[in-house]
Design a protein around this ligand. Sequence first.
Ligand code: HEC
Ligand code: HEC
Length: 189
Amino acid sequence: MMKAKNTQSLILIIALLIAAGATLVFAESKPYVYAETRTYDEEELGIRQESLYNERDTYPAQGYKTTLEPGESERFQRSFENSPPLVPHDLTGMLPLGREPICLDCHMPEEAVSMGATPLPKSHFVELGTGTDLNGKLDGDRYNCLQCHVTQNRISPPIANLFKGEFRSEDSRHRSNLLSILNEGVEAD
Ligand code: HEC
Ligand code: HEC
């Protein structure tokens, strides 16, 4: 019994020695060539090619950007139900957005119909945290439109996007109704 165990151990040790030797020979005959090292500073990381530190006048600079003026462009289907719609028209001359974003000239509900623009939805005139109706005054959190509404560039995406939005009605592909469904499923006294 004892003898068999010792023989087994001996075979194992020999096998290990042979393996280690083979590795050494292999390592010596084929030294690993390190690729030339290059360091990247944080401005170069990621897919975006513009500074990460300044958003003020930033347009996505790559790819084809629309030159169609408001009134000439075509609205995109919403990305998913109640997502912020993408801006389909050119923004040249509209930035930076100040205290009175030029967007309001066309998108305030009273102007939108005559301009053919989509009116700001009710949700933008309510303090969402408290539900307070601001009686037609735009909520302070809504002034920086481009924080949520972005333009689209025609590019070849480096990573394919397989996301598919879900819509519960045909209408919701083109209009939002966030305020009326916000408390859906919530039971409150
Ligand atoms: C001169 C009027 C005008 C100005 C200024 C303007 N828009 Fe528009 N906007 C339109 C019109 C008109 C449309 C509808 C598409 C079209 O006809 O080109 C539209 C469409 C949109 C849409 C898509 C709405 C939907 O239902 O899909 C968004 C989002 C939008 N604009 C955001 C903005 C933002 C943000 C600004 C300011 C940076 C702005 N717009 C400035 C007129 C304007
Ligand atoms: C904090 C994010 C945010 C900001 C800032 C914001 N929006 Fe929106 N917007 C949304 C979301 C989310 C929706 C869709 C859900 C809803 O109706 O609230 C929307 C919907 C819209 C719609 C479509 C309305 C409809 O009936 O389908 C328009 C037009 C619009 N916004 C324009 C603007 C403009 C112009 C500004 C700047 C004055 C602005 N938004 C600021 C998030 C934002």
